[in-house]
Design a protein around this ligand. Structure first.
Ligand code: PBG
Length: 333
């Protein structure tokens, strides 16, 4: 990186560049802005405007009407996009996740209401079966095994429905093999050539999703774990193979998830593929920061901005986070 050796101390005193705010700002390498945010929300199919999620202080499940208001708020705050995750009534769940592609269901209604309210705001929709299955898995199950190819057929149905309802980006978070290619082919065949696919290419089997499973109501339902489809936390070369496959199949955006514990993966992915790469500051990361702050153990505002800056420094072009509106306001939006 350097073609000349650094001057030795005292010629070079790095602290000179830190002595005052103006010079720190002038030499700052990474600046996080509201344009780097994707606002993660959870919607529910009840009438109550906001149902607080206990394990995520400050986050609530939103009614469809409230989700539409959120889109308007995102636009006002300069947040480019919202990532939608559904919480469906347990009575609507079955083994096949049939409710997932209901064209009059929660997801379709939320997407339409948000698009109508603020068409300029990008809508990413979580694409997976787990909010709709009574077993809480992202795939169909036979004899205790998660079926890959049969699940893809279902995901394609969900994806087409979501695109029809107004999703700009299908956020495939299921980790089945080959689903990006199948989605891309189906979108092309349906004339939806502009619909983007964000591949959760490197999604790890993580403890940090715990509060989310509370939020969308799958914590109780989930039998077993997701280790046969989500990645092992010890792996990094495998993440590159996953990303390579998804790019070859037609992914427009790459997602690494969870976020902060996996910034090394972000860095490798960005350096290897030069593709727009996002990371998800997941529910457990949100809960850690808010819980510590509630105990007075860390300064919440500073921790939010520092964590987001870390994502950007690692190479992310955007961060999906439940902190999005807070962060936008802290940044002066
Ligand atoms: C599942 C999905 C998960 C999240 C988003 N989509 C969790 C899981 O795999 O169980 C996690 C989001 C978060 O923790 O904030 N398709």
């Amino acid at each position: 990186m350097f073609n000349a050796p650094l001057a030795p101390f005292p010629a070079l005193r790095p602290r000179r560049l830190r002595q005052a705010d103006w010079i720190r700002r002038l030499t700052r390498e990474t600046v996080f802005t509201p344009a780097d945010l994707v606002w993660a929300i959870v919607v529910h199919d009840g009438d109550e405007a906001r149902v607080p999620v206990p394990s995520m202080p400050g986050v609530a499940r939103l009614s469809v009407a409230e989700a539409a208001r959120t889109a308007v708020e995102a636009r006002a705050l300069g947040i480019p996009a919202i990532a939608v995750h559904p919480h469906v009534d347990g009575a609507k769940k079955d083994a096949l996740g049939t409710e997932g592609h209901n064209p009059d269901g929660l997801v379709a209604r939320a997407l339409k209401a948000m698009k109508d309210a603020a068409p300029e705001v990008g809508l990413m929709c979580d694409l997976a079966l787990d909010p709709f299955t009574d077993h809480g898995h992202d795939g169909l199950i036979e004899d205790g095994r998660i079926l890959n190819d049969a699940t893809i057929e279902r995901l394609v149905e969900l994806g087409l429905m979501q695109a029809e309802a107004g999703a700009d980006v299908l956020a495939a978070s299921d980790m089945m093999d080959g689903r990006v290619g199948a989605l891309r082919a189906a979108l092309e065949a349906a004339g939806r050539t502009d619909t983007m696919i964000m591949a959760y290419a490197a999604k790890y089997a993580s403890a940090f999703y715990g509060p989310y499973r509370d939020a969308i109501g799958t914590a109780v339902a989930l039998k077993g774990d997701k280790k046969t489809y989500q990645m092992d936390p010890g792996n990094t070369d495998e993440a590159l193979r996953e990303v390579a496959l998804d790019i070859a199949e037609g992914a427009d955006l790459i997602m690494v998830k969870p976020g902060m514990p996996y910034l090394d993966i972000v860095r490798r992915v960005v350096e290897t593929f030069a593709m727009p790469t996002l990371a998800f500051q997941v529910s457990g990361e949100y809960a850690m920061i808010t819980a510590a702050a509630q105990n007075g153990w860390i300064d919440e505002d500073r921790a939010i901005l520092e964590s987001l800056t870390a994502f950007k420094r690692a190479g992310c072009s955007g961060v999906v986070t439940y902190f999005a509106p807070r962060a936008a306001r802290l940044l002066g939006a």
